[in-house]
Design a protein around this ligand. Structure first.
Ligand SMILES: [Ca+2]
Ligand SMILES: [Ca+2]
Length: 178
């Protein structure tokens, strides 16, 4: 008796669970107006762009380029990302602060962001809507879904399955009183 389509299907989830559909490097989260949600290594609240390796292979991100709406562009640093691994780029218009720092910020009234690969192909183009304070564009589920506005930023960590309040990042904030 040969395997039914059902048993073949049941055998697949173990593979699918670690498979990011081999989309390669994608933008996972974008912050345009940061108020104490995350600090860079200089202790500054900055915009940020989280990229993620949404593939099943290691990716060297060094050839990739991020370009903002004004045409300002910067190469990503030469870092290797394991499958599912995140990398934070700081959008603070302060490239002198280190290799993770971009020469532009993200406009909270709307912006454009293009991620290009080493061959000059745009692998992702985002039209970023106006985003309020500590509202980020995030991909749900993490690394896979579409980017949506969410009031619970998840800097330097997985976005999870959906937009829900999660543990604070690198500095706890007092509980909200509202
Ligand atoms: Ca900074
Ligand atoms: Ca995140």
């Amino acid at each position: 008796m040969h395997r039914s389509w059902l048993s073949a299907l049941l055998a697949m989830p173990a593979i699918a669970a670690c498979n990011f559909d081999n989309r390669g490097l994608v933008i996972n989260e974008v912050m345009a107006s940061n108020d104490n949600a995350w600090h860079d290594e200089w202790g500054e609240d900055e915009d940020y762009i989280e990229v993620i390796n949404a593939s099943d292979r290691t990716i060297r991100i060094g050839g990739y380029v991020l370009t903002d709406g004004s045409g300002e562009r910067a190469r990503l640093p030469d870092v290797q990302l394991a499958p599912g691994e995140l990398y934070m780029m700081v959008a603070d218009a302060s490239p002198e602060q280190g290799p993770q720092h971009l020469p532009f910020k993200i406009s909270s009234s709307g912006d454009t962001l293009v991620l290009g690969d080493a061959h000059g192909f745009a692998v992702e183009r985002l039209d970023i809507p106006a985003l309020g304070i500590n509202t980020t564009l995030q991909r749900f589920p993490n690394g896979r879904g579409v980017l949506v506005a969410c009031q619970h930023p998840s800097p330097a960590r997985d976005n999870g399955a959906e937009c829900t309040a999660a543990a604070p990042s690198n500095e706890p904030k007092p509980p909200r009183q509202d």
